[in-house]
Design a protein around this ligand. Structure first.
Ligand SMILES: Cc1cc2nc3c(=O)[nH]c(=O)nc-3n(C[C@H](O)[C@H](O)[C@H](O)COP(=O)(O)OP(=O)(O)OC[C@H]3O[C@@H](n4cnc5c(N)ncnc54)[C@H](O)[C@@H]3O)c2cc1C
Length: 465
């Protein structure tokens, strides 16, 4: 391993050298992604198709459009429960970042549709305006207002969570409660309105949807924790890391039902300390140890209530591990070499990738750009030291507030800095970036400046909202 401290040569990355051919992600991943997307889209629009069997002439285009928007909003929002259920098979082809982006974007469209539903009704006919009087309005309209109100609250608390200073855990519980309220109240409203619902097929279709949504909620809150309960893990080692983090070593205290627990380097898991795995909030952490060893390690930076509580763990304590999840993995993007860019505790998935490559005896070149505030706060530095000589690894430490004696790179990771250290064939490498959202965007822009093709840049963000 080479730890780069002094400034090395400048490489011309923007030259027009042709790209060497590298293998792309397995087609089966793409096929699965297309399959899940198609299924999701089909489930979202199926209620509309059912309604076509029951359209009554004479109600007017605006009214029909309004109802269509209402049904669409309801099915799309209800389907978000499937994302919360974290079905590994369905999310694996996309990766957690893409799934979250999709959740935000499709929910934004559903919100527009949901608000468009009453707006169009009022536009279509003055008679509907009486429904604005919530107190005297019929029950079906009161449920509609409850759903719309919960939706408005959900939007405000999600978009402005930080500005409103809502702690993540409080927000997460609120998000779940509001999500269930929106869908339940929306369903009751739809059943009570009875126009389209009076058609047996539409009623049957929505009954199936309601049962599926309910099942997903039961799965997330009850079935999944019950399954985890049968698979406890024990803390076998704990040690403090520079940078205010702690590494927790876990070993299974169960027999996995005959199958070993396995993961791919770069994946993460939700971990739940305590005697029982029933908690309102789950916290995700990347696995930081080699995928080829039975012991699993997490390196956790103390930033809030939950991560600070990790300090209270003791050897022998029980922890539940819900995972592995995610697809931020090297095997999905085979390359002739890898460039890993992280700041702070964002190094954790890379610690796992590097340890795994070392255990595999992989000699492909790897560059690790690691940003930290000061040179004595580098989380994972010991794990990196242990890899010395086992990999063709170049580590470039970039310190934003270094001491006077720091001989290496300082400031931020930008295009010029990357260009100074990467080889001439840099555009043919695969890039992995793990950090906060703003840093991920900044590194993506820097790589775009260096003309690294966007499909070779893969990222994971450590904040979900
Ligand atoms: C895929 C992924 C992998 C991660 N891997 C690591 C890791 O290896 N090591 C590490 O130290 N941190 C990791 N994190 C971040 C870690 O989950 C949060 O720092 C932690 O949950 C903070 O909880 P808190 O109550 O201590 O702090 P809070 O003050 O409640 O939260 C601080 C910030 O962390 C984020 N956050 C909080 N709770 C959650 C949650 N349940 N789910 C998602 N984001 C949350 C929010 O953006 C919040 O603003 C990872 C996050 C993600 C999404």
């Amino acid at each position: 391993m080479t730890a780069v401290l002094a400034r090395p040569r400048v490489s011309d990355l923007t030259g027009e050298t042709p790209l060497p051919v590298t293998r792309r992600a397995a087609p089966s991943t793409r096929a699965r992604a297309v399959g899940w997307t198609a299924l999701h889209a089909l489930l979202a629009v199926a209620p509309l198709a059912l309604c076509l069997t029951a359209v009554r002439p004479g109600r007017g285009f605006l009214v029909d459009l309004s109802v269509a928007l209402g049904f669409l909003a309801l099915s799309v929002l209800g389907l978000q429960f499937a994302l919360a259920a974290r079905f590994t098979r369905a999310t694996a082809p996309f990766g957690i970042d893409a799934v979250l982006r999709y959740h935000r974007q499709i929910s934004a469209l559903a919100v527009l549709a949901a608000f468009g539903h009453p707006a169009l009704l009022f536009l279509a006919d003055d008679r509907y305006l009486v429904l604005l009087d919530v107190v005297d309005a019929p029950l079906r309209a009161q449920f509609a207002w409850l759903s719309v109100l919960a939706l408005a609250l959900l939007v405000v608390t999600s978009v402005w969570r930080r500005a409103l200073r809502i702690p993540y855990q409080v927000w997460h519980v609120l998000h779940s409660v509001l999500g269930v309220t929106i869908v339940l109240a929306g369903l009751v409203h739809a059943f009570l309105v009875d126009n389209w619902m009076s058609a047996p097929w539409v009623r049957l279709g929505w009954t199936v949807y309601a049962a599926a949504f309910l099942w997903l909620a039961v799965w997330v809150r009850l079935v999944r924790p019950l399954r985890l309960w049968r698979r406890p893990w024990r803390v076998v080692e704990l040690w403090p890391e520079p940078g205010g983090a702690v590494t927790v070593g876990l070993e299974p205290a169960h027999r996995h039902g005959g199958r070993p627990w396995s993961f791919t380097a770069g994946q993460f898991a939700w971990i739940l300390p305590g005697r029982v795995p029933f908690t309102p909030t789950y916290h995700p952490f990347s696995i930081s140890s080699s995928a080829l060893r039975p012991r699993v390690e997490f390196t956790i930076k103390q930033v809030g209530d939950f991560t600070r509580s990790i300090r209270r763990l003791r050897v022998g304590d029980t922890v539940y591990v819900d995972g592995p999840h995610g697809s931020f993995t090297l095997d999905r993007h085979p390359g002739m070499g890898y460039v890993l860019v992280a700041t702070g505790v964002g190094v954790t998935p890379f610690l796992s990738m590097l340890a795994t490559l070392a255990d595999q005896g992989d000699r492909r070149p790897v560059w690790l750009f690691l940003g930290n505030r000061s040179e004595d706060q580098i989380t994972g530095i010991r794990q990196l030291e242990r890899l010395r000589g086992r990999l063709d690894l170049t580590v470039v430490h970039v310190i934003s507030r270094p001491s006077g004696e720091w001989p290496g790179e300082r400031g931020r990771i930008d295009a010029a800095l990357l260009a100074r250290h990467l080889p001439p064939h840099a555009r043919s490498l695969q890039y992995f970036v793990c950090s906060r959202e703003e840093t991920v965007q900044a590194v993506r822009s820097a790589l775009a400046e260096l003309r690294v093709p966007a499909d070779r840049v893969h990222s994971e963000q450590f904040g979900m909202v």
